[in-house]
Design a protein around this ligand. Structure first.
Ligand code: CMP
Length: 142
């Protein structure tokens, strides 16, 4: 069964000008892009998006970083999309990420790690709704 997941190309990757390479790696791995935009979020919006991490030592750094520049939120579809996308991007820390993963290729550090990926279908739905109206997602219209 086709599954959806939600991704973000983060400000570090946008600044490095590797948005195209990252999208190519994602589509070459068999994912279909259902929605995508370049946008920017405020500190308050970043804090809301990452509310689950509030209280963690890296929270302020994370909020500052995610609101520091343009980002590219993306809705993806594929069989087994959540697990396959997380395998494609690699571990949070790029130093530990497997060869060929997006974070190994493009991330700078544990904080500035190039991409986000939802950890479940349910969280993916909520994260998608944070950035996209239903009508902006290809395939959602009759
Ligand atoms: P992501 O998995 O997209 O969502 C949570 C983010 O928190 C994670 O990516 C990292 O960018 C960030 N993060 C996790 N651990 C640390 C850390 N130790 N220091 C800084 N940022 C972190």
């Amino acid at each position: 069964m086709k599954e959806r997941t939600f991704a973000i190309i983060k400000p570090d990757a946008v600044r490095k000008n590797v948005v195209g390479e990252i999208i190519a790696a994602i589509t070459q791995a068999g994912f279909t892009v259902l929605a995508m935009k370049m946008t920017r979020i405020s500190r308050a919006q970043a804090a809301e998006f990452y509310a689950v991490h509030r209280g963690r030592g890296f929270f302020d750094e994370l909020v500052d970083f995610m609101s520091s520049g343009a980002i590219v939120p993306i809705v993806l579809e594929k069989e087994n999309a959540v697990a396959d996308y997380r395998a494609l991007i690699g571990t949070t820390d790029p130093a530990e990420a497997a060869e060929g993963t997006i974070r190994r290729m493009f991330a700078s550090s544990k904080g500035e790690n190039a991409v986000h990926g939802s950890d479940s279908v349910e969280n993916g739905k909520n994260e998608t709704a944070f950035f996209f109206a239903e009508s902006e997602i290809a395939g959602n219209r009759a």
